[in-house]
Write a protein that binds this ligand. Sequence first.
Ligand code: FAD
Length: 455
Amino acid sequence: MADADLVILGGGSGGYACALRASELGMSVILIDKDKLGGTCLHRGCIPTKALLHAAEVADTARESEQFGVNATLHGIDMNKVNEYRDGVVGRLYKGLQGLVKSRNVQFIEGAGRLVGPKTIEVNGTQYTGKNIVLATGSYARSLPGLEISGRIMTSDQALNLDYIPQRVIVLGGGVIGVEFASVWKSFGSEVTIIEGLPHLVPNEDEAVSKQLERAFRKRGINFSVGTRFASATQDDSGVHVSLEDGKSFDADLLLVAVGRGPNASGMGFEEQGIAMERGWVLVDERLRTNVEGVFAVGDITPGLQLAHRGFQHGIFVAEELAGLRPVVIADVNIPKVTYCEPEVASVGVTEAQARAEHGDNIATYEYNLGGNGKSQILGTAGFIKLVQIKDGPVVGIHMVGSRMGEQIGEAQLIVNWEAHPEDVAVLIHAHPTQNEAMGEAHLALAGKPLHAHA
Ligand SMILES: Cc1cc2nc3c(=O)[nH]c(=O)nc-3n(C[C@H](O)[C@H](O)[C@H](O)COP(=O)(O)OP(=O)(O)OC[C@H]3O[C@@H](n4cnc5c(N)ncnc54)[C@H](O)[C@@H]3O)c2cc1C
């Protein structure tokens, strides 16, 4: 007999969202985690990094205050206090989440779990059998072959907990995590160099956005090398020494390895139970079913975008699927993405290059420059909103760069997911003066009636 309707392995974004929704739908739920409820996002990812980024913004505001006629002086950064503030934020959310899980009658089991039967997970010698199983064991920070994580060479896990500001730091990897840490450290006063093997920073974004971010980082004095691959790194008492394949070398106090995250799915019995996997990822179909009947997988262990809100959505999806609600499949391409460096990058849908590859010349694009947006002028930020449209059809991609542009992703994702045409958005009113107006202006222009923009 089953111990619960649903047994979930992993209490991160994917696992706990599934637990909450399943219990809301009347299922009995056992949720297992070997560490703290909330997973990577709450304890080692989204929340603590965004707290650091906010402290970084405060530092920049103080440093640049004179430009607004305010005479403030930045005396320094007290990392212990910054960490205290960060821990306070995480701690309050953690407490709230624990209360929430308890209040929904989810049985939380602490301990490392292992799949010992297709529907059974063993934790500390006790077996829990579910009518259905959800695997949600998340991801870990990867390194490169031969690059050992120790001492001055670290991943985001260690970098988040530094109690000092490195004078010079090298960030290996110009993706989301790399540019966010680079941005924080620069604001805190470090000399920062990013090394990215691909031709651009944030290489998964539309190329125009990458180029604008590079301009902005250059202006901020963040150094970067793109297009040449990392060769090796050594460390000694004086620091880390990094060489690239073209022979260039860099020295710093520490090296952050931000080259991506791998699935945390091995050694837990998945293979033994016949779960189909590829290069460590758990394979699922679009309804998040593994090949074993009654076993689902959600979040970072499945191939695709590694984002907390994708995990939430996956978790909710599986709970609703089990309740017979036939939830709508959400494709990765239409999941909103935000990179919270300064300036921020935000996007949803396809890039211009992806749209062109599929539709050839049957696309239209428009870039609305934030220079024409009152609120962006007030903030003193540069950037743009770029739209990608199927000619005479819907907007299929929105790409943004500029301070606070992450806040615009809400409307952007509605436009793309609701397959709105520029004319549909052009008739809607955007409040003045907000950065949100830039979204309206971009659509007005693409609909052939630009207001604060040249045709
Ligand atoms: C530095 C950093 C910044 C990030 N910033 C953002 C951001 O701003 N926005 C965003 O959307 N995403 C961000 N992410 C990504 C986000 O954190 C992940 O996409 C999200 O946490 C994935 O959720 P998950 O449930 O799949 O896995 P996880 O959150 O990793 O949870 C997996 C859980 O499973 C548990 N577990 C693993 N193995 C076992 C076992 N054998 N037994 C029991 N329990 C086990 C783990 O302890 C963990 O709690 C960031 C990640 C990092 C590292």
